[in-house]
Design a protein around this ligand. Sequence first.
Ligand code: ZN
Length: 268
Amino acid sequence: MFWLDPWLFDVPLKDKFPSLFHLEVVKTCSVRDWLEGEGLWLWRHDPDSEVERIEWQSLTSVLNLVRLSSNPDCWSWAGLGTEGFSVAVVKKLIDSKRDYSSRIVVDWCKWVPLKCNILVWRAVMDRIPTVDALAKRVVIVADEECRFCNAGSDTVTHFFTACPLALGLWEKNSFWCRVLNFFVFFRDLLEIHNSGIRGTTERNALHGIVFTACWVLWKARNILRFNGKKRSVDEIFSEVKVVSFFWFKHRAMNGKFVGRDWCKFVNM
Ligand SMILES: [Zn+2]
């Protein structure tokens, strides 16, 4: 189609010459109709404004260079690459326009259940239903403060890294696993297992403990918000230790690990 297909430029002529397109009566006319119409084009009126005349001049000058052949139409690849169209070239073209600079790739932990990995993965993208995230999606929740401290907002950053409840839990975890207690944002938590010098199993264990702690914390938040039951830091920490031990023993160590070593975080 003369106006609607990008046959002469990368964009259709209707975008290149919008004033002329506005004047056109038959907007679905074909290229052949236009070029072989010998000047018998159907305008609402002849181009007379300044803009219309300028567009008309530049359109006629490019059309003068066009030569139609009697060959059938065929597709041609106008993108990158000298080797023509391929899926790989299309992928490269799409990727070249994306900005990956702020992308965070979550290192999944194999010995915790999928639900923990998915929670962490969604949390790091701010896609768990906190009050703040819901508000961005026009779901307004009346009680917008963190229920544990009533001082911060219900956001991923506050709840997992700034709330006194979370800080208390991470302090206990740090003491238990002998790691430095440093983080500012949620994504910092996901890198703790890579800090310091430790063996693969210990690193793997720490990785899963952080994921388990996030899961238990989020569960405690929901129990308080929806059932009104407030859990203490000690209760949450105990659950993290027990649940993570159970998962680690049976999902990572084939049932061969003792609770005593887990409590001391040794012999891994
Ligand atoms: Zn709080």
